[in-house]
Design a protein. Structure first.
Length: 431
């Protein structure tokens, strides 16, 4: 077969073998199955619901979930160059926070934060399936450094920039003429984005209930909240405008209710004669879980409207919209509610198993369809000849069975060519 392919000019797609071309095979598999990575970013300050929103999206699309604060804590204890860099910067921040006269730094610089996130998303699961980043970026500087890269200006734009620089020079302004522009970075192109605004009291309450010692997060909490409020004031430009302007994405903006309102919604009596809720006041009447669930539905709807999302594993049912949920006050309690939850979980489990089984059947059908021509060729031309050769090897029992079989196949190929030539000559003479 190999001698025939070489003489006929046939070129193998992966001539060096599977091991040497596994990346090519993987790329072909993803292209034919349309398995393109899907990437999300949920920006939010320390203690916000960005982690919970990211978890909803990660569960829906079976994606790796990168939580920024957990990542930094993991790197703090890692014996790697990036881990050492994070430890050094955290030590500087701790020393600055302990000195009232210090000018900083009080938060991790963008270069260190971006380096940590880049390292986290460089894994194969993130490369092939995508990722969800939660709690980062927290400033436009971090967002620009992570999601954008420099590209040289095209000639027309460069000429305009040079002309503008010349005009400024005549006016006495000395500014450097730009030669590059920021464009979306390959490998970090987002499919969906969200921004979570969280009141300070709600963020503080969530961190206190996280189980982490206060000495780990309290010193930097105020500084990070101040930076978030400065970088992302409600109703003013911020990360949301960066997503719109630089990446062409319309982010879902979720605003959590204050902790006092959440406590009332969970267990206290609602204020008397609340006015009907609509429009911009709708978020004020929802609990934190409902606000985040609505945001997850909104992000998912925008992504799936733009393109079909295929992944390597079947996705579980997505989050339901808030309007489809029954009001909490009407839900039955006690054993009946527990039984209903258990029944619902069993139903979802059966649906997932059925979907997985359906995917297996579809993949088997595709494999059978694509392998049919090759199987017919092997059964018609290769298997009979090799079988005859192996039978002859068993009869003769030569000292070098492999060499004998190779010689047999070579002679058989020559005889086959002579027979075909003879048949063609006879046919030509007859006609």
């Amino acid at each position: 077969l190999r001698s025939w392919s070489l003489k006929s000019g046939f070129r193998w797609w992966c001539e060096a073998g599977l091991a040497a071309n596994v990346a090519t095979v993987g790329a072909e598999f993803r292209r034919w199955r349309r398995l393109t990575p899907v990437r999300f970013c949920v920006a939010g300050t320390m203690g916000s619901g960005a982690t919970e929103l990211g978890r909803l999206l990660a569960e829906r699309y079976n994606l790796p979930h990168i939580v920024f604060d957990d990542l930094i804590e993991e790197l703090r204890n890692a014996e790697t160059p990036t881990g050492q860099m994070v430890r050094d910067k955290l030590a500087e921040i701790e020393a600055a926070l302990g000195n009232p006269k210090s000018a900083g730094p009080f938060v991790l610089p963008a270069s260190v934060s971006v380096k940590a996130v880049e390292e986290a998303v460089s894994t194969k699961p993130c490369e092939y399936r995508g990722f969800v980043i939660s709690g980062f970026p927290q400033s436009v500087e971090e967002a620009t450094e992570l999601f954008c890269e420099d590209r040289p200006l095209d000639p027309e734009a460069a000429a305009e920039a040079a002309a503008a620089g010349a005009k400024d020079a005549k006016k006495g302004k000395k500014e450097e003429v730009p030669t590059t522009e920021k464009v979306p970075r390959a490998g970090f192109l987002l499919d969906g984005a969200a921004v979570v605004h969280c009141p300070e009291d709600a963020a503080l309450l969530r961190l206190q209930g996280s189980g982490r010692p206060e000495e780990q997060w309290m010193p930097t909490f105020k500084r990070r909240m101040e930076r978030w409020a400065k970088e992302n004031p409600e109703g003013s430009p911020g990360i949301a405008d960066f997503f719109r302007g630089k990446l062409g994405l319309e982010p879902s903006v979720a605003t959590e209710p204050p902790a006092s309102q959440e406590a009332t919604a969970d267990g206290g009596a609602p204020p008397p004669e609340q006015p009907p809720v609509d429009g911009g006041n709708a978020a004020a009447a929802l609990s934190v879980a409902e606000v985040l669930e609505v945001a997850a539905v909104e992000v998912s709807a925008r992504v799936e409207a733009a393109r079909q999302i295929n992944n390597f594993m079947p996705a579980p049912p997505g989050p339901k919209a808030a309007e489809e949920r029954a009001p909490q006050a009407e839900a039955p309690g006690g054993e009946e509610a527990a039984a209903r939850r258990e029944e619902e979980e069993l139903r979802k489990k059966r649906e997932r198993e059925e979907k997985l089984e359906q995917i297996k059947k579809e993949e088997l059908v595709k494999l059978e369809k694509h392998s049919e021509p090759l199987r017919q060729y092997l059964m018609s031309f290769v298997v009979p000849t090799v079988t005859t050769g192996l039978v002859e090897v068993c009869r003769q029992q030569p000292e070098d069975p492999v060499g004998y079989l190779a010689e047999y196949l070579s002679v058989y190929a020559q005889m086959s060519r002579k027979r075909r030539s003879s048949v063609r000559r006879d046919s030509a003479a007859t006609s």
